[in-house]
Design a protein around this ligand. Structure first.
Ligand code: ZN
Length: 206
């Protein structure tokens, strides 16, 4: 207590800050529950996963698939990020297993050849294409609707024909996806920062 203040000062301070204290506490709680989601909606694949947590000592890295679209993972009371890291590994695999065949079949339809596809966990972009014909795809694409993922995949494939965003690029792109302008605007509304906390790229470094 500061000098010259009595217990009524404490009461006044707490009372006047009570909503701030409550909201900070909820913020921490909310953050913790975001690290342990009980459902995961992969809009791109139209899949809803349920997640069960079990305390296990010592905590293992065993994530098990039980039944259709349900995951069971262990928690570690000493490490709040333990289960999120396991979910990230599962999610990365899920992205690989779904995005690779997806883009490959679109490329085949368009008779385009790429070199390699890399699945990344990125904060700032959905995809990119290099001069070496390598395509990077953000695994968080799984969180956005199917038709917007299709937009991103076709966008990157069109870069195999035109590396820049020139008029020729947009002509070729419109030829494949006539409503690409509309989809582009729709994609802009989707924020990459909306990625759930457990899937955040920043967590991987913890
Ligand atoms: Zn582009």
């Amino acid at each position: 207590m500061p000098k010259g203040k009595d217990s009524s000062w404490v009461i006044d301070t707490v009372t006047s800050n009570i909503s701030w204290i409550k909201s900070s506490r909820n913020y921490v709680r909310d953050g913790r529950s975001q690290l342990k989601p009980v459902t995961i909606n992969l809009k791109a694949l139209d899949e809803n996963w349920s997640v069960q947590y079990r305390e296990h000592k010592p905590a293992t890295n065993k994530l098990t698939l039980s039944g259709d679209h349900s995951l069971s993972i262990t928690t570690d009371s000493k490490d709040p990020f333990h289960s999120a890291r396991q979910l990230q590994q599962w999610f990365h695999q899920r992205a690989k297993l779904s995005l690779l065949p997806w883009i490959s079949s679109l490329a085949e339809e368009r008779n385009l050849q790429f070199n390699r596809i890399y699945i990344k966990n990125q904060v700032s972009r959905w995809g990119s294409c290099s001069i070496k014909r390598n395509i990077n795809l953000n695994r968080n694409l799984l969180f956005i609707p199917h038709h917007l993922v299709e937009y991103v995949l076709h966008h990157e494939l069109t870069h195999l024909e035109h590396l820049d965003h020139s008029g020729r690029f947009w002509t070729a792109f419109t030829h494949v996806l006539p409503n690409c302008g509309e989809l582009r605007r729709e994609l802009r509304e989707v924020e990459l920062t909306d990625t759930p906390l457990w899937a955040s790229p920043r967590l991987e470094k913890l």
